[in-house]
Design a protein around this ligand. Structure first.
Ligand code: TXA
Ligand code: MG
Length: 333
């Protein structure tokens, strides 16, 4: 496995060409997008796509996002392009939005997990864009982490999870958005929000009108967003979220854990009066919070924390993506 630095704003064409060759040859390349790092393979090559599932330890019923350089290429992978898709793409592509649409026949079952739909995204990151242009193929790319673990926002995170499991890692520095793309399902009668991301709910609703969240079903194989297992994006440490009104309970939990000999980390919005070994203060604003969240979780894991205490983030549509990731990271099973 090779790790190559690449300028995130002006990627070196020679490096991009080499990575594109690896991809065209059926290999796996980890690369930065504006959300998180992805581990990519030729989306039209079933054998290459199977290697992604092996590398991640991901169950094959969980479908992948196909990344394309523009709307025209997205339209080739679907049999329908409703007005809602056109408007969302116009407003948010290239960017951190994924659209689920009826699949075209040439998309392999390995990408769609045998479903009738395919997830499509046009990323904005210059490295991802250059790679898509140079390779000339759609790239199936899930987040570049082992299944259920915290996504990678730096090349070092990628290496931590997938060392030796991919052919090439393009190191373009830390990603800017920090949490995975918003996923909207446009394949049914009504648009559905499958996964909140960094785009505010109000901005999405401005474009498509009402946007209910897909119901969360207990049986993962039956749910509309197969990736939405409750426990996901999880650090090794146990994570507990405390409402801001419960700060005394949070301090108490910290004291009790430290007394038991546990190593305790905290993701705080304001200082905590308790003997926590690894307290990290995060910004009280959803964008910078999202950008730093996964690095903070990786750091607390690396520090050997057994327990991470987290200040609940505010209610409100701009925090939806962050709230979703925190509650999944906190889920026990
Ligand atoms: O920001 C992102 O979306 C990153 C970067 C690399 O693009 N990718 C990413 O991929 O997060 P992944 O595979 O970790 O998450 C994709 C999500 C999963 O929850 C998956 O179940 C859902 O999209 N998904 C993919 N195809 C789908 C489909 N046909 N129908 C419903 N959900 C789908
Ligand atoms: Mg993922």
């Amino acid at each position: 496995m090779e790790i190559v630095r690449i300028d995130p704003l002006e990627p070196d064409p020679a490096v991009v060409r080499r990575a594109a060759e690896v991809l065209r040859g059926g290999g796996l390349v980890a690369f930065p997008t504006e959300t998180v790092y992805g581990v990519g393979a030729n989306a039209l090559d079933a054998v290459a796509v199977r290697r992604i599932f092996e590398a991640k330890g991901r169950p094959s019923f969980n479908p992948l996002i196909a990344h394309v350089p523009d709307v025209e290429r997205a339209m080739r992978l679907t049999t329908s392009w409703p007005d809602s898709a056109a408007r969302l793409a116009e407003r948010f592509w290239p960017g951190p939005l994924t659209l689920v649409l009826p699949r075209a026949p040439e998309v392999p079952d390995e990408v769609t997990a045998g479903r009738g739909t395919v997830a499509l995204r046009v990323p904005a990151h210059a490295v991802a864009r250059a790679l898509l242009q140079s390779a000339g193929i759609p790239l199936a790319a899930p987040s570049a982490n082992r299944y259920t673990e915290v996504s990678a926002t730096t090349a070092a995170h990628v290496v931590k999870g997938l060392a030796g499991r991919v052919d090439l890692v393009l190191d373009g520095g830390p990603t800017s958005v920090g949490i995975e793309s918003t996923v909207v399902d446009l394949s049914g009668d009504q648009p559905l929000l499958l996964r909140p991301g960094s785009i505010a709910l109000s901005d999405l609703r401005e474009v498509v009108g009402p946007l209910p969240r897909a119901a969360e079903m207990e049986d993962e194989t039956a749910r509309p967003s197969p990736g939405m297992v409750r426990r996901h994006y999880s650090p090794r440490a146990r994570l507990r979220v405390f409402q801001r009104s419960d700060r005394s309970a949070m301090a108490e939990a910290a004291r009790a854990a430290v007394e038991r000999g546990a190593r305790v980390g905290a993701l705080l919005l304001e200082p905590l009066n308790a003997p926590v070994q690894h307290a990290m203060q995060l910004p009280a604003d959803p964008e910078p919070y999202a950008r730093l969240l996964y690095s903070a979780l990786h750091e607390l894991d690396d520090a050997g924390c057994d327990l991470i205490l987290v200040d609940a983030v505010p209610e409100g549509g701009e925090w939806l993506g962050v709230r979703d990731r925190l509650s999944r990271a906190a889920h026990q099973d």
